[in-house]
Write a protein that binds this ligand. Structure first.
Ligand SMILES: Cc1ncc(COP(=O)(O)O)c(C=O)c1O
Length: 386
């Protein structure tokens, strides 16, 4: 008899991937969250050079000390005492997430997760034996949770809360005052504060507001170079915590998950940080233009309303489509040649929404929006006839 674990049986493939697999070649692709840029040329050269120079071996589990020192220095404006011991290089933010739940969650423990959420969060908690408890990030509150919503959900079994700003899928973001309240909530319940800040370099209109250095050290930050240097396929990121005990446990978990990160790639990332520090800002300028374009187009369509996000490269508009679920609507749009993700791919609270990733050029955005406009007008037309 073939038998799989309950853990594996309980987890479904993500809705984002499902739509992607259904899309035809001519669809305008607002589906996947990865920059349509290439990594800095200097990093590609350094990667190749490092391999030729023999950097093809295991590294220490926490990663290349020079790279960790460089990363620590990048955060000294928030926590001047950070050093290489506060950082563990991982093979992506995805890897970092798993390490955290492995190190902090016991069977039966609850982890508070935002909803709508990045689809890996709940399964990761489940894989580690825990239970996700969802707190709402509502459209009317700019996708930032209220403290009373959090208080309603927290209980004695809750060990951690995960914040994700700028957010995937909503593009929601916090200001300092909101951040301080969220930190205070974690402190008042003695929770691990897990802050997923992989979009920290893709912010518009105001500087990034980090949860690091906000006066609560029982925290860990998830970071990734996927978006920062458009290297999603490289798989490299890091964990950073001011808590030495936690860093020890995370590094131990990292050893058992992947032993260490990629040797040559760490030299390439170091080169990018040192020699192409302006790269993320340059990329961000283009994302800002696209954000302005897509928000303007969406907000001009009857029945669609959309916040103008201040970070990441997603919009999560509310879309009126009488009689259609967000899943059905996304499939209708796909038939009209537009690939986006149904809001429910990010949890039930995403019903009534669609997610568009503006990781395509402005001409394609305009072409896609023309199709969305036409498709939605068709829907309204038919519902009026009904
Ligand atoms: C919010 C968030 N966290 C973490 C990740 C993981 O990124 P990676 O595994 O590419 O580093 C992603 C990727 O889309 C994300 O959107």
């Amino acid at each position: 008899m073939v038998r799989f674990s309950d853990r594996s049986n309980s987890i479904r493939p993500t809705g984002v991937r499902r739509m992607f697999d259904m899309a035809g070649d001519d669809a305008v692709q607002f589906g996947l969250g990865e920059p349509d840029f290439q990594p800095p040329e200097i990093a590609i050269e350094a990667f190749t050079r490092a391999m030729r120079e023999g950097r093809n071996k295991y590294t220490t589990t926490a990663g290349l000390p020079e790279l960790r020192r460089k990363i620590a220095s990048m955060w000294h404006h928030l926590v001047p005492t950070l050093d290489e011991s506060n950082i563990c290089i991982t093979m992506s933010g995805t890897n970092a997430l798993l390490d955290i739940f492995l190190a902090t969650v016991n069977p039966g423990d609850k982890v508070m997760i935002p909803e709508p959420y990045f689809p890996l969060y709940p399964p990761d908690v489940v894989i580690c034996g825990g239970q996700p408890s969802f707190y709402p990030c509502k459209f009317e509150n700019g996708f930032v949770p209220t403290i009373s919503d959090l208080e309603e959900i927290v209980d004695d079994n809750t060990v951690a809360i995960l914040y994700n700003f700028p957010s995937n899928p909503t593009g929601g973001n916090v200001n300092e005052e909101q951040r301080d309240e969220l930190v205070e909530f974690a402190r008042s319940h003695d929770l691990w504060l897990i802050s997923d800040e992989v979009y920290d370099r893709i912010v518009y209109d105001a500087p990034h507001v980090s949860f690091l250095g906000a006066g609560y050290d029982k925290m860990v930050m998830i970071q990734s170079f996927s978006k920062t240097f458009a290297m999603t396929g490289w798989r490299i990121g890091y964990l950073l915590s001011p808590d030495d005990g936690l860093m020890g446990e995370l590094t131990k978990m990292q050893y058992y998950v992947t032993a260490c990160s990629n040797d040559a790639m760490q030299y390439a990332v170091l080169e990018a940080l040192e020699k192409a520090p302006e790269y993320p800002e340059e990329m961000c300028k283009e994302f800002k233009e696209r954000r302005d374009l897509i928000c303007e187009r969406l907000n001009s369509i009857p029945g669609v309303s959309c916040h103008v996000p201040t970070g990441a490269f997603y919009v999560f508009p509310k879309v009126e489509a009488p009689g259609l679920s967000s899943d059905q609507l996304a499939i209708k749009l796909l038939e009209e040649g537009v690939l986006c993700s149904p809001g429910t791919a990010f949890g039930e609270a995403g019903e009534g929404h669609l997610r568009f990733a503006y990781t395509i050029g402005r001409d394609d955005i305009s072409r896609g929006m023309d199709r969305v406009e036409k498709a939605l007008a068709g829907l309204t037309g038919s519902s009026e006839l009904d």
